[in-house]
Every structure is written in structure tokens, then in C-alpha cells.
Design a protein. Structure first.
Length: 379
């Protein structure tokens, strides 16, 4: 392919006639396309067209966009990204083209309305959606559509867009999404629309550095928030007698699962909590906590608790940081709560020596069917 100069030295009076460009647009030869490209670039460098020229120019551009090679479409996208006179149909065609071509249009074209951007969110790729979320000044309608779709990478782009028109309700939903999408927390902490109420909610599940950033902007009662988390824990471990939930109550499992999710999001779920749960005779809470802390399935943990050997549950405990010196006592307490299970077959694996958390997690998954392969390979 012959390279062409994409920035020709045309003066305004040298701009080609529309009839010449239309003839070139209908000619499929390589030479005609090169000349057409130079002519279109020269026309874009001249005074923006208007009046009776616009329909002819629109037909030229559409013909070119449908037939031209990738490099030609990319040049058109860059040239038309800021043009308020460009044919709207062509702008929409370029907005749905491959992302390297579409990006300038999605970022800057004044001709893209809310309906056009919503169409891109529905029909185009993830990269296109990210470009829409990054677009300066997007409306609340478009921002809400991004939040509704809940695509993590697109939400991150929206949270970092300081010019987006995000409503209080929309920002609240972003904060709620940040509970499961950790990458949202940093941009939201610095977001200019963050309110004190939302900052307190966000504060519960961010790390130390981001907590300091929030505290620098808002008045946050750290002791009160810490007490709230503690009270939530105490409410499950030792609920008031008049409102105590029976062990076989159908809602208890869900209640304990929600508590574990809250503690994990707040950074309060640790190995010590699991030991305490067993000592307080809350086996189900221990199972949910161990699964969440280790990234295991609750069914896997329960399988290990009912196994004929303690090997699998030991590996799970080692993976979350429970010291092997503590494990024998913990195992005794677990057997008291679980009908003498896990059983006592096999060697006491905790006496073999220290094991890394990654190796322990891998061994647990192998034993409970979470991964394929030999146990020897895992450890």
C-alpha cells in the first residue's frame, strides 16, 4: 500500500470542489481513494461547510466511511471529533467502529446525544463503554445507564470522571458497588460529589490510607464506626435473650452469611474471629467465615468438617493464618460441635512443619474437589 501524506499543505482557496470529491468517492481505485483522502482533509482544514454544501458532503463522507480502509476512517474520526458541522449519520457510524477509530468521536464529538451514547453502551464493546463513561460532561441519564449495567471496568471509568453528572442516588449506588469492587474505592474517596453520609458508608470497607483521605475531607467518628461493627458481631455471637434466633431458624444461615460479608468488606474478618466463633459454639458462623476469608466455597468447608480425617480442615485453617500450634485445640472444639467430626484417621498433618498459605489453600481445594491434580503437586 502506498503511504499518503495526511497533513497536506492546502490553503482555503485550494479546497476541492464537492462534485470532484463525490466522483472520487464513487471510484474504488487505490489512486482515487488517496486523492479523496487528501481532498477531504483539505476540506476539513478549510472553513467548516454549511448550507447547500452539507448534504453533498454528507454523502461523500458516508460513502468513504463504508468503503475506506481502516487508516482512512481513523483520520476521519480524528478530523471530525470536534466538528459541529459533521454529518450526524457519519459520526454515529464512526462511534460504533473499532475502538481506535471510535475513541476520538466518543470522547469529543458534540453531535453525539444521550440516545447515541446509550446505543453505544448497549451495542458496542467493553472498550467503547469505557470511552463513553470517560466522556466529559455525560448526563445523569447516561451515568445511570452505566451504573445499571454494573460492569466493573466501566464503573471505574465513571467514578474517575469528575465532570459526569452523577446524581446523589447514582453516587450512592457507586458506593454500594465499591463494597465488592475494591478498585472503585480510591476514585470515590476523592470524588467531589461525595457526601459526608456516603463517606461514612465508604469508610467501613476501605483500607487505612483511604480512611485517612476520607477523614481529611469529612468529620468521621472512627470510634462510633468501629463500635457499630463490633455490635454487629456481638449481635450474632451473643444476641439478647428475648430476640435470640434459634439455631435451626431458616433465616439464621443468611443472617450469619451477611455478617461475614460485612466484616470482610470492613477489613474486620480475621483468623481470631474464627477461633472465637468456635469457642462461642457458632459452628455455622465459623464455616461461613473460613470460606470467606480463604476464598473457598461454604460447601467445601462443610465437606472438610465432615471428613473422616482432619487434613482438609487443617489446610483451610492454615491458609487463613490460624497457627498450627493452635489447631489441635481448635480441632477438639470443632469435634464437640460437630458430632466428633472431622474424624481422627490419618497422621496429624499439622506436625509436619510450617506450610505457606498458598500451598495450604491449594491442598485444601485438591482434597475437597476444588482443583484437579495430585496433592503432592500442591504441597
Amino acid at each position: 500500500m502506498v503511504l499518503v501524506q495526511l497533513v497536506p499543505q492546502h490553503r482555503v482557496e485550494d479546497a476541492p470542489r464537492p462534485s470532484d470529491l463525490l466522483a472520487l468517492a464513487r471510484n474504488n481505485s487505490v489512486d482515487a481513494r488517496q486523492r479523496l483522502l487528501l481532498g477531504v482533509v483539505a476540506l476539513c482544514d478549510a472553513r467548516p461547510p454549511a448550507g447547500e454544501l452539507s448534504p453533498v458532503l454528507g454523502e461523500i463522507f458516508l460513502t468513504l466511511a463504508r468503503q475506506a480502509e481502516r487508516d482512512v476512517r481513523k483520520v476521519l474520526s480524528e478530523r471530525l471529533a470536534h466538528a459541529d458541522w459533521a454529518p450526524a449519520a457519519l459520526v454515529n457510524v464512526l462511534a460504533l467502529d473499532e475502538i481506535e477509530i471510535a475513541r476520538p468521536i466518543l470522547a469529543s464529538s458534540p453531535l453525539l446525544g444521550d440516545d447515541d451514547l446509550l446505543r453505544v453502551l448497549i451495542e458496542a464493546s467493553l472498550e467503547h463503554q469505557i470511552a463513553v463513561a470517560r466522556r466529559p460532561g455525560i448526563s445523569g441519564r447516561v451515568a445511570d445507564a452505566v451504573i445499571d449495567r454494573a460492569e466493573p471496568a466501566v464503573l471505574m471509568a465513571l467514578a474517575a470522571n469528575r465532570t459526569a453528572e452523577i446524581s446523589v442516588g447514582g453516587l450512592r449506588r457507586l458506593v454500594e458497588h465499591s463494597r465488592r469492587i475494591a478498585a472503585l474505592r480510591g476514585p470515590l474517596t476523592r470524588h467531589p460529589l461525595l457526601t459526608e453520609a456516603l463517606a461514612e458508608q465508604l469508610y467501613q470497607w476501605v483500607g487505612t490510607a483511604l480512611r485517612q483521605s476520607i477523614a481529611a475531607r469529612f468529620t468521621v467518628d472512627e470510634k462510633a464506626l468501629g463500635a457499630a461493627v463490633y455490635d454487629a458481631v456481638e449481635g450474632v455471637l451473643r444476641p439478647p435473650k428475648p430476640e435470640e434466633v434459634p439455631l435451626d431458624h431458616p433465616d439464621r444461615d443468611e443472617m450469619e452469611r451477611r455478617l461475614i460479608d460485612k466484616l470482610k468488606s470492613a477489613g474486620q474478618l480475621r483468623a481470631g474471629f474464627l477461633i472465637r466463633a468456635v469457642r462461642e459454639k457458632h459452628l455455622n458462623l465459623f464455616a461461613h467465615g473460613l470460606a470467606a476469608l480463604g476464598g473457598f466455597g461454604v460447601a467445601q468447608v462443610r465437606q472438610a468438617l465432615g471428613a473422616p480425617t482432619p487434613e482438609a480442615i487443617y489446610y483451610a485453617c492454615a491458609a487463613v493464618g490460624i497457627d498450627r500450634a493452635v489447631f489441635p485445640t481448635l480441632l477438639t472444639e470443632l469435634r464437640k460441635l460437630n458430632g466428633s467430626l472431622p474424624g481422627d484417621r490419618g497422621d496429624p498433618v499439622w506436625q509436619r512443619g510450617a506450610l505457606s498459605s498458598n500451598s495450604a489453600a491449594r491442598a485444601f481445594r485438591v482434597l475437597t474437589g476444588g482443583e484437579h491434580g495430585e496433592l503432592q503437586a500442591a504441597v
